[in-house]
Design a protein around this ligand. Structure first.
Ligand code: 0O2
Length: 276
């Protein structure tokens, strides 16, 4: 196939990957805006390289005309989660969406591959709008934990290096590493609640500090400079004490003061701090 024809064929896949990455990143954002723990840690995507498409077609005995029909991962999106439990939540989110239809699911987590590879794959039908009209195509969504991703990235580069000739000893080491990854995920799951609490309180602290700094900045424009400097120094003293209760009380007082000046920070106006 000529380069121009490849480009024409791959263009809608590029659009699909871009759209899907935006959509899943937005899911993460929505959780964060609602101040909830996000089951999505990060999202990335890629369109399969022509050389990889050709290699896969050759490996699977697929004719060039059947590439779009038979290769399901020309468009690929990867969703990384912190914990194994989060994978189920993400799978549910995908199943419930109306802008993608699940074609099939491959659970390599309960049934890992012989290589030790673990991940959850969902092949979806997804429609993009192009100047030639709508195009329905397939995309593969890989969902895995940070630990699974670490393993598979390393193993993928080794596979690339050795092709079919990976030394047995290395293969065994990778299998042992895969077991260690599974144990790590299991161990992390048992402290998930504690980790989530810690992350939530870090996020809450960061939000309070942002709110305080916004309020101080707004007050600088309208209030007496000496008074604002005094408030700022007071904030630094409290900040150094690293006491969450003091920080919350100071934030509340500053919100009330700012309200009298009509200088409340946008975050507190949006009701972001109703429970602090
Ligand atoms: P690349 O370079 O990542 O694009 P099948 O369902 O078996 O008929 P397919 O497409 O081979 O068809 O399915 P499978 O096995 O689910 O593989 C799809 C993708 O999952 C692979 O794409 C890899 O990205 C990833 N994958 C599968 N097995 C492994 C593995 O053992 N190690 C690693 N690191 N990744 C794996 P490609 O096209 O093989 O590769």
């Amino acid at each position: 196939m000529e380069t121009q024809l490849w480009r024409e064929m791959l263009d809608p896949y590029r659009l699909a990957v871009d759209e899907l990455v935006v959509k899943f990143t937005h899911v993460k954002q929505e959780y964060q805006d609602a101040r909830m723990y996000s089951p999505i840690e990060s999202v990335s995507g890629r369109v399969k390289r022509i050389s990889s498409i050709l290699e896969k077609a050759h490996r699977k005995g697929i004719d060039i005309e059947q590439i779009e029909e038979k290769i399901e991962d020309i468009a690929g999106v990867r969703i990384i989660c912190q914990f194994v439990e989060d994978i189920d939540t993400v799978v549910d989110i995908i199943r419930k969406r109306s802008d993608m239809i699940v074609k099939r699911e491959k659970d390599y987590i309960t049934q890992s591959k012989a290589s030790g590879y673990r991940s959850y794959h969902i092949i979806v039908y997804y429609t993009v709008q192009t100047i030639r009209g709508p195009k329905n195509l397939e995309a593969e969504i890989q969902i895995r934990t940070l630990a699974m991703n670490f393993w598979s990235t390393i193993e993928h580069s080794l596979q690339y290096k050795y092709k079919e000739n990976m030394p047995d000893e290395l293969r065994e080491r990778l299998l042992r590493a895969a077991d260690a990854v599974e144990a790590l995920d299991h161990e992390m799951a048992s402290v998930r609640d504690e980790i989530m609490d810690a992350q939530n309180s870090n996020r809450q602290k960061a939000n309070i500090i942002t709110n305080i700094l916004n309020n101080i900045e707004n007050l600088y424009h309208i209030a007496n400079e000496r008074e604002v400097t005094k408030i700022q120094n007071e904030f630094f003293d409290i900040y150094k004490k690293d006491d969450m209760a003091l920080l919350k009380r100071f934030n509340k007082q500053l919100d009330m003061l700012s309200e009298t000046y009509h200088a409340q920070s946008i975050q507190s106006l949006a009701g972001n701090f109703t429970d602090i």
